[in-house]
Design a protein around this ligand. Structure first.
Ligand code: C5P
Length: 214
């Protein structure tokens, strides 16, 4: 099957040398891409900047901003059977990029930000994607309720949720524990390395794909 995975943080430029980004390491997405490839699938990994090596056997499309990730997904999602959105996409981007490096002057500086496209949230409506759609939810409170709201709002078949306020898991860590939120049930996958968890997640996503297409 053809599988799309988005991963890593986006970078939203402020001026030629500065950007707004986040703490996503990209590890979970890269492990998921690697596990799909290991299971014999054709994987396209659309990724923001990370310090990671591209997994063996995975097609790689590097991107920078939320807008460029949106464009890459729009271009490729049509031939995918499964799309897994692990990327930590910036929700807002500077309205304008300063053409020269901003100089220090006043004591305060106000940046005007505008919303970025919700790539996962428009996968069904804008791109007409009718394959298996999997999103991630990084939450600091009300994990299951927030993930379930996201599942409905973004038209997902599954949302994989993790509590980023818990020390030692999630962002930048090699470990994670996640909740699998399906339309009619919730499952919990206990603490494991992102490598091992990725194999469990890929298994769950492939089973979901087959069960919804029988
Ligand atoms: O709404 P929130 O950012 O919490 O949703 C997270 C999910 O949506 C993740 O799967 C993320 O990759 C995806 N997302 C996206 N485009 C955005 C924001 C989030 O694809 N602009």
């Amino acid at each position: 099957m053809n599988i799309l995975v988005t991963a890593g943080p986006t970078r939203e430029p402020i001026d030629p040398v500065r950007f707004i980004s986040n703490r996503s390491s990209g590890k979970m997405g890269y492990e998921i891409a690697a596990a799909f490839a290991h299971a014999g699938h054709a994987v396209l990994l659309v990724s923001g900047h990370t310090a990671l090596d591209v997994p063996d056997g995975v097609d790689f499309l590097p991107v920078d901003t939320a807008a460029s990730m949106h464009e890459a997904v729009a271009h490729h999602i049509g031939r995918m059977q499964i799309a897994v959105f692990t990327a930590a996409v910036a929700d807002y981007t500077p309205l304008a990029v300063a053409p020269e490096k901003l100089k220090k002057s006043a004591d305060t500086l106000t940046l005007e930000l505008v919303k970025t496209p919700d790539i996962l949230g428009t996968a069904r409506s804008s791109f007409g994607f009718d394959g298996t759609l999997v999103g991630f939810a990084a939450e600091t409170e009300n994990l299951e309720a927030n993930a379930r709201a996201k599942l409905t709002r973004k038209g997902c078949d599954l949302v994989i949720a993790n509590d980023v306020s818990k020390p030692g898991i999630g962002f930048d860590s090699n470990h994670n524990e996640v909740m699998l939120v399906y339309p009619e049930r919730t499952e919990f996958l206990p603490l494991a390395s992102k490598h091992d968890l990725a194999h469990q997640l890929v298994q769950a996503i492939l089973e979901l794909h087959l069960s919804t297409r029988m």
